[in-house]
Design a protein around this ligand. Structure first.
Ligand code: FES
Ligand code: MG
Length: 580
């Protein structure tokens, strides 16, 4: 028996509500009974919260209302009492100015909803990019037994005989329309070819990256990440997760016993091997911060940048999540990576990662999708953390999505002060730019936008695309979509809006990038930089009220995970006082 079962809970926290015999017990039970729950549901059995990010405005999660029913079946079967509740759902495609602005808000919603209610253990139903980190951050702050059911990717996009990937082909097709290689009519036709089933983006974008993240952290049952949303085995997984969370409550297998420093190290390495999104960095740093686990931006480079790339998925590679599932999914990757992983870490099924690998079917059924560790796609993948006078606290690049020839580059800066400035001038035929230049975009960081949108992979000027050039060095304090690609330096910290060096770059300055040496240098004299700094005024935030005010005043830089400073550290599940 594993050591996490040593500490048995004296009693379940839900008995502080439903086990009471006084007036408060009446209040706690009576109103719940209006839903038709019989008295034995209140007899001290584990109460399981099903935290649902379902929303029709989050199309990637639109099927999760249905999935909650499968979780409930599992909970009932195991003798628990399931209670589903909605929380703020963050849809990547519709929310303005960016879903990222609201990740911390949703995490607070998840945290307080779990803590305030008579919940002994929680199932997180997630899918679209921010819905996974926000719910995990919230659950980590409460520290109850927690299991994640990732909603699963869409089926492969299919366009006129060709596989097309969520996001990745949006960038490609929109460039094709701009250069006249695709008609506007075909562009509209492609929309329904891309998104043809329930589920999240089926590239190795941020949603798939987050699914792999929770599986590699040990927060899902083995094999959960890759199962397509519409495959019956995803509902089976939801059912089994419902059964398992009841046992986890009995074993007091809290999330803090799973999210250890070793688990985070595993996840960083696995993210490198699957070619995961750069957004992974910000979300993992934020989750670690909530747990009180020491994790730094440099750890991503130290632990991840020498890991071989095994998974051949867009945007770095060729295939899509459905192919990844049929090839064997993440268990195959974990099996290949054994020498790089801490195998003694605990996972939600009560077994260690090593035990799970030993018991799983880790055969690979398509070696063009998942490569063996001794013959990887690339010897070194992962994320490089780049520092220099232009990014004192670090910036990041995903080398597997970049152009090798541009990884060492010196070029003249072409500066866009804001995203509006970029849109207004990028296709201007008179813009003084060629393919050797470095495109610089300011004021798209956490404070500057606000919310750090996915605009760092700004499209190239039309006149450069027309020459057949597809990549240039681009630098910003923003993020890029996990489905995007290019030689793109992201997450520059400190950001321009708070007076990072990026704020002082001007047209014509020379910038030197050297990924191998991890450096990013603005080549201007020190006195000139000091002069520009003295004459600089910080941009004004768009509003001084509401959540945006709270966010702008408290958000930490990307290099620290962009969480709100007062949310760092877990506060536990205790609530001393009753409501009446
Ligand atoms: Fe929801 Fe990509 S837009 S996962
Ligand atoms: Mg995204």
């Amino acid at each position: 028996m594993s050591d996490h079962t040593d500490e048995k809970p004296k009693h379940l926290r839900s008995t502080e509500w439903f086990g009471k015999t006084d007036k408060m017990g009446f209040i706690y039970r009576s109103w719940m009974k209006n839903q038709g729950h019989p008295i034995h549901m209140f007899d001290g059995r584990p109460v399981i919260g099903i935290c649902n990010t379902w929303s029709e405005l989050t199309p990637c999660n639109a099927h999760l209302r249905d999935f909650a029913e499968a979780v409930k079946r599992g909970v009932y079967e195991a003798g628990g009492f399931p209670v589903e509740f909605p929380i703020t759902s963050l849809g990547e495609t519709l929310m303005k100015p960016t879903a990222m602005l609201f990740r911390n808000l949703a995490s607070m919603d998840a945290e307080e909803s779990i803590r305030a209610n008579p919940i002994d253990g929680v199932v997180l139903l997630t899918g679209c990019d921010k819905t996974t980190p926000s719910t995990v951050m919230g659950a980590a702050s409460v520290d109850l037994p927690t299991i994640v059911v990732p909603g699963g990717p869409m089926l492969n996009g299919k366009y006129r005989g060709q596989n097309i990937g969520s996001g990745t082909h949006v960038w490609k097709f929109s460039d094709d329309v701009r250069t006249g290689q695709m008609t506007p009519k075909d562009y509209i036709f492609a929309e329904s070819c891309m998104s043809r089933s329930n589920g999240h983006c089926m590239t190795m974008g941020t949603a798939s990256t987050m699914a792999c993240m929770v599986e590699s952290l040990g927060l899902t049952l083995p094999g959960a990440a890759a199962i397509p949303a519409v495959d019956a085995r995803k509902k089976l997984l939801a059912h089994m997760s419902g059964m398992r969370i009841v046992e986890m409550v009995k074993e007091d297998l809290k999330i803090s016993k799973i999210l250890t420093r070793k688990a985070f190290e595993n996840s960083i390495r696995v993210n490198a091997a699957v070619g995961g999104s750069t957004n992974f960095i910000i979300h993992l740093l934020a989750i670690a911060g909530r747990m009180g686990v020491e994790l730094e931006l440099d750890d991503f480079d130290k632990l991840g940048s020498r890991i071989p790339l095994l998974v051949n998925l867009m945007p770095s590679g060729k295939y899509l999540m459905e192919d990844f599932f049929y090839a064997g999914g993440l268990p195959v990757v974990l099996n290949e990576m054994q020498e790089y992983l801490h195998k003694d870490v605990m996972t939600v099924n009560g077994k260690t990662m090593g035990e799970n690998i030993a018991e799983a079917d880790c055969n690979c059924y398509n070696r063009d999708v998942i490569y063996p560790i001794d013959q990887p796609i690339l010897k070194e993948a992962g994320i490089a953390v780049i520092k220099g006078n232009l990014s004192e606290d670090g910036a990041v690049i995903k080398p597997s999505a970049a152009t090798p020839a541009l990884m060492k580059h010196r070029g003249r800066a072409v500066v866009f002060e804001t995203i509006e400035d970029y849109h207004a001038r990028v296709d201007d035929p008179d813009l003084d730019i060629d393919e050797t230049c470095v495109m610089v975009l300011k004021n798209v960081g956490p404070v500057g936008y606000p919310g750090m949108p996915e605009v760092g992979n700004m499209g190239l000027p039309k006149k450069i695309l027309a020459k057949g050039v597809t990549d240039m060095v681009r630098i910003s304090d923003g993020r890029m979509s996990g489905t995007a690609y290019g030689t793109v330096i992201l997450h520059v910290s400190p950001e321009s809006a708070i007076g990072g060096t990026l704020a002082f770059v001007q047209n014509g300055d020379m910038i030197e990038l050297d990924v191998a040496n991890r450096s990013l240098h603005l080549d201007i004299p020190k006195e000139e930089l000091a002069h520009r700094r003295r004459n600089w005024a910080a941009p004004q935030p768009p509003t001084d009220r509401g959540y945006v005010r709270l966010y702008v005043n408290h958000v930490m830089q990307a290099s620290k995970g962009a969480d709100l400073d007062f949310l760092v550290g877990k506060s536990g599940s205790e609530v001393a006082r009753d409501s009446h």
